[in-house]
Design a protein around this ligand. Structure first.
Ligand code: SAH
Length: 370
């Protein structure tokens, strides 16, 4: 008797990989009506159901089809750390054996989730510890929205995720489609329903992607500026060599034009003796004179092998006062979660580096890491 080969086991479709538009197309392909997408989103994100069979407004055959062919898969929390100031940091295991980190920052009346977009980072900003990890791959949409999903599940009634900042590991605009789909879900009234003011994407300045973002996805924009001359920015944020300040500012202006009274937030890490002179502050005022801007000064958070130091409190205060006096709303980012390495630039996860940067840095010796 001839043996019949077993059919290859088909991989199930993860429905967390689709935003509403993607889900509607998925259902239309199945010969279903597009409104199935909104029904499903509500079950998943608002009712928290994972069993398709309990989704009673879908027909029985459709529920059976979904059970057999689809899944709702998120990365899994493998380590939880809880800082003395209430900040949570979770390490999430992805199916490929890497880990990314997600941080929840509770504040009076709100809760901000800091979400990762890539495993590691392909950019090499000299003051950021994620950069030292090298790069493995982009996260999928399900792995990005999954961070909100598992965080909210874990927090339960203790707290709500009211704001999301794409400021975890990675450069979000180099993972454009998946990040946009995930942010669409964050803002979708049938999913998390956050307002566009409460979803922020932070970029090191990937200029072409900033224009695309302005066209397709209306979220708040933060730009990691960190220097006011191309010479210094080339060194601190090397992507500046490709997209220098003049082009970056142009893209920021285009984004600010989206709506009246809209502002772009500029992040500026305070590095002692590097970018924190009062001349730098004056340079910042000049540079931002043609962009509706807010400034967020970030005290530098040290990490192993970094040789930068944070500016003194005095200097940060002087810098802030000068900017505020020049009419630019300027705040100093409060460092949170320090005792569990959950602060800006300290997220490292576990990255199987494919860029070999990790190795190159090791060979070059610790001194040249920054
Ligand atoms: N790649 C994106 C998202 C990272 S957001 C971006 O560059 O914007 C994280 C923010 O923290 C960025 O502004 C980043 O420049 C800043 N940052 C990185 N390392 C830091 C450190 N060691 N101390 C303080 N801020 C840091």
């Amino acid at each position: 008797m001839n043996s019949v080969p077993e059919p290859a086991k088909l991989k199930k479709t993860n429905l967390l990989d689709f935003d509403r538009k993607g889900l509607a197309a998925f259902f239309v392909d199945l010969g279903e009506k597009p409104f199935r997408a909104t029904q499903l989103l509500k079950w998943i994100y608002q009712e928290g159901l994972t069993d398709f069979d309990l989704m009673t407004n879908l027909s029985k055959p459709l529920r059976n089809f979904l059970t057999e062919n689809c899944c709702l898969e998120t990365p899994e929390i493998v380590v939880e750390q809880h800082a003395s100031d209430g900040v949570y940091k979770w390490a999430l295991q992805t199916h490929c054996g890497n880990r990314v980190e997600t941080v929840f920052i509770p504040e009076e009346g709100r809760g901000t989730l800091c979400v990762s977009s890539q495993i590691g980072c392909a950019l090499a900003c000299t003051f950021c510890s994620t950069a030292q990890q090298g790069f493995n791959r982009n996260l999928s949409t399900s792995e990005i929205i999954g961070q909100v999903y598992v965080a909210q599940n874990r927090l339960g009634k203790e707290a709500r995720v009211t704001n999301v900042v794409m400021m975890g590991m990675g450069e979000p605009l180099l993972n454009f489609d998946n990040v946009v789909a995930a942010m669409n879900l964050m803002m979708d009234d049938f999913a998390y329903g956050l307002s566009k003011r409460r979803v922020t994407v932070s970029t090191s300045g990937v200029v072409p992607a900033m224009y695309r973002l302005t066209e397709v996805c209306d979220v708040s924009l933060a730009v990691s500026l960190h220097a006011v001359t191309d010479e210094l920015r080339d060194e601190l944020v090397p992507i500046n060599k490709k997209y220098p300040l003049k082009e970056l500012m142009e893209a920021c202006r285009a984004n600010a034009k989206l709506a009246p009274r809209r502002t772009v937030t500029f992040e500026y890490v305070m590095l002692d003796g590097v970018n924190d002179s009062l001349e730098d502050a004056h340079g910042l005022v000049d540079l931002l004179s043609t962009v509706p801007a807010k400034i967020n000064l970030i005290p530098f958070n040290p990490f192993p092998l970094s040789s930068y130091r944070c500016s003194s409190n005095n200097r940060i205060h002087q810098f802030k006062t000068l900017l505020n006096d020049a009419g630019i709303v300027t705040t100093v980012r409060k460092t949170r979660g320090e005792d569990i390495d959950a602060a800006c630039g300290q997220l490292v996860g576990q990255v199987k580096d494919k860029s070999r940067r990790h190795l190159k840095l090791k060979l070059a010796g610790a001194e040249s890491v920054v």
